[in-house]
Design a protein around this ligand. Structure first.
Ligand code: ADP
Length: 338
């Protein structure tokens, strides 16, 4: 992170110097042109006066007047030079300051994106290391024990398999996240009702296992989008609703149409989310810090960030209302097709 700051400070200075150079080049060309035009005008003005006088005065006086005129021209030119010098100095100071601020503003989004990327890589590496470390230490301890029984070996393998499963889930979520960032989507006319039914079919087994009921109030609504990504989006929301709900509860899915928008609501009767966690649940690797939820449920805190990517790609919006121990209501608003 510190390394980035150093690099960016250097980049601000370089970019500011570049902007200043451009402004100064323009200012110097401008000053040079002004100087040329003004000195020609001064010459012409004072020269014109002396030509008029030549008709009235004798040559001695004319010579004296010419000398005075040349002095006047030189003085005016010198004044002009000094004024232009101060003008350029002022421009230099203003443009250096302005350029630095502009450079910071230009590079700010790039700096933020790079920092987010570094944070993401650090978090991902940390998450990948945890199961690997657990597996390694279990294997090392077992190898040191010469009297390990076949039963204990089986236990070790079962535990390793559990860690491998976690790694599999994590790597597939990381892949989804990366793919969603760059993937070319197949945008077309999509019926939200069909998408929701498809997503429901994928998690129906999980819901049944936990004796969780789904109540649907759906209708056909056409939107423009990528069908597969939209199915992924609802699978994430449905899985979360199941994961964070007690068994034998109900999850209600509805679609309402309002002013050219379709609002899909996924409402559960689960553990809910604390108000202090709500602003962060869409951040990568964020898991609400309720020990009750964290201990009992699996996950890496990536589902909702993938959901947010899909929502952003569809120019839709998501809002959450939640009350601890009462449940959560995730609402997604899509623009409908006419
Ligand atoms: P994961 O579920 O893998 O932890 P997510 O990104 O899907 O990650 O969700 C982030 C966090 O938001 C979860 O850890 C959980 O605390 C909270 N959360 C998401 N959906 C719900 C829900 N329906 N009910 C309660 N908490 C939820």
């Amino acid at each position: 992170m510190q390394d980035h700051s150093k690099k960016f400070n250097l980049a601000y200075l370089r970019l500011a110097a570049f902007y200043t150079l451009i402004v100064m080049a323009i200012s110097i060309i401008f000053s040079f042109t002004i100087y040329r035009i003004a000195s020609v005008e001064i010459n012409r003005g004072l020269g014109g006066q002396s030509n008029v006088m030549r008709n009235f005065y004798e040559s001695r006086i004319i010579a004296e007047l010419d000398r005075l005129r040349i002095d006047q021209i030189n003085e005016s030119n010198a004044n002009l030079k000094i004024n232009l010098f101060y003008f350029n100095l002022l421009i230099l100071m203003l443009s250096a300051g302005g350029s630095y601020l502009l450079a910071r503003k230009t590079l700010k989004p790039i700096k933020e994106a790079l920092e987010a990327q570094s944070r993401f890589t650090a978090d991902a590496s940390h998450e990948l290391r945890t199961p690997l470390t657990a597996m390694k230490s279990e294997i090392e301890v077992s190898l040191r024990d010469k009297n390990l029984t076949p039963g204990e070996f089986r236990k070790l393998l079962a535990s390793n398999l559990e860690e491998i499963n976690k790694l599999e889930v994590l790597s597939s979520e990381l892949l989804k996240l990366a793919r969603n960032e760059n993937e070319h989507r197949q945008i077309g006319e999509v019926d939200l009702e069909e998408v929701i039914i498809d997503a429901y079919e994928k998690i129906a087994g999980l819901a049944e296992k936990r004796s969780i009921d789904f109540e649907n109030d759906l209708s056909k609504v056409l939107i423009s989008g990528d069908r597969q990504s939209l199915v992924d989006l609802f699978v994430i929301l449905f899985e979360n609703a199941i994961k964070y709900s007690p068994s034998k509860s109900t999850i209600r899915i509805s679609i309402k149409q309002l002013d050219g928008r379709a609002i899909v609501s996924v409402k559960d009767e689960g553990f809910g989310i604390n108000a202090s966690d709500l602003p962060y649940i869409f951040d990568r690797f964020y898991r609400a810090d309720s020990s009750r939820n964290k201990e009992k449920t699996t996950g890496y805190g990536l589902g909702l960030s993938i959901a947010k990517q899909i929502i952003r790609a569809h120019r839709a919006s998501i809002s959450v209302e939640s009350e601890p121990d009462k449940g959560s209501d995730f609402q997604i608003a899509f623009e409908t097709l006419k």
